[in-house]
Design a binder for this molecule. Structure first.
Ligand code: BEZ
Length: 211
């Protein structure tokens, strides 16, 4: 069955480049990004994993752990890591799951047989500290992802989890946000002392709340 938003992210035990781990235990009280790539020693995947390593401090700042996965064995992950460091200038600094039996890939629906019946597609699951799925993305093998967009979405997910706001198109951290329509003006006055601009009764724009 396809994993949907607000489903509990399935727990699993995995062999990774950082040793064996139990997923929920490894997450502890943090958020997580679990993402799959099709195969080791492939060009687009090499660039993606280097980019995630470059952005790791940004994930750390947001309290988000990152973990990759493919159906390649651990020995391949370990020898490919050298290529990633050499060609991308950033060494792997997060665990890569080896899932040769496809158990985790199947659990998360990362194999899309019409696209490829053996390799994982480029799946992304953003999982909250409550272990619920907050975002899913699926890209084909031929298209590398934009991990800065994933950071942008995490900023929105974490903000909207704590405040009665939603974020508009192309929003970036620090920009104005929208008061959720379910909040009355009276309720909004308490929560948003800086006020808001009413563009339409259902479109009320306010500065981003600070924590
Ligand atoms: C790549 O990472 O470049 C790739 C992997 C599998 C299929 C096609 C491209």
């Amino acid at each position: 069955m396809t994993l949907q938003l607000d489903d509990t992210a399935p727990d699993f035990e995995a062999d990774t480049t950082d040793g064996t781990l139990k997923f929920h235990e490894w997450m502890s009280d943090d958020w997580a990004v679990l993402f799959s790539h099709p195969a080791d020693f492939t060009p687009v995947c090499t660039t993606e994993l280097g980019e995630v390593a470059r952005l790791k401090p940004e994930f750390d700042k947001r309290g988000v752990k990152v973990i990759g996965l493919s159906v390649d064995p651990l020995e391949d992950h370990r020898s490919w890591a050298g290529d990633i460091a050499e060609t991308q200038g950033h060494a792997l600094n997060f665990p890569l799951i080896a899932d040769p039996d496809r158990e985790i890939a199947d659990l998360y629906g990362m194999i899309h047989p019409q696209a490829d019946d053996t390799l994982t597609v480029r799946s992304v699951f953003v999982i909250g500290s409550d272990k619920k799925v907050k975002l899913t993305l699926t890209y084909p093998a031929s298209t590398g992802r934009n991990f800065e967009e994933i950071l942008r979405v995490i900023d929105s997910l974490q903000l909207t989890a704590d405040h009665s706001v939603a974020t508009p198109v192309n929003w970036q951290h620090g920009e104005d946000v929208i008061i959720v329509p379910s909040l009355s003006d009276e309720e909004a006055r308490e929560k948003f002392p800086k006020g808001w601009e009413t563009v339409k009764p259902y479109l009320r724009v306010t500065p981003q709340p600070q924590d």
